[in-house]
Write a new protein. Sequence first.
Length: 202
Amino acid sequence: MPHSTSKLDPRVLRSKSALRTGLLQLMTQQPFHAITITEIAQQAGYNRGTFYANYGTKEELLNDTIEDKIQDLLHAFRAPYEKVDVLYPQELHAHSVMIFDHIAQNADFYTVLTRSEVLPTLREKILVSLKQIIMEDLRCESCETQVIDTELMVIYSLHALLGLIFHWIESGFIHSPLYMQEQLVRILHQQSSVKLAVKTKH
């Protein structure tokens, strides 16, 4: 267990950031399971004592690294409906879709993890997090009238979105974020009309 005195302590924030960066740098050179805590600490410019002051295990560090990025991902995902009361996916504009910008801005992180043995962990964490905020934030009004299981529709839609995202990452970002946003919007425009009422504001 980490035993820092304050999550907001600038020294703690700096050391955690350096340890996360050090881990990602090492993961470009060797598989996660082969990386040692000593290597992570040295890569970050610290000693093992500093590592254990912040994390109990390297798995805990990895989870913190992933969770940090997922929070930014969730913020980007919410962008299209943050300022509306009703969301019509088929009427989305490309400029309102921010998730591909987030991925591109953190390309090194997503590329490293996508090519590593921890990819299943990353995918699962993203899927669970996105599903949770969708179920909390939105209500599918058209699903109620068409007798569609909302949870199944959300899972179906998320797997399609994540398939698109990870294909883009694995292709080496062959297309620009704007192109991906435009393509996603065009795909949504081709689908049947869906009306989503925003239940909460953030």
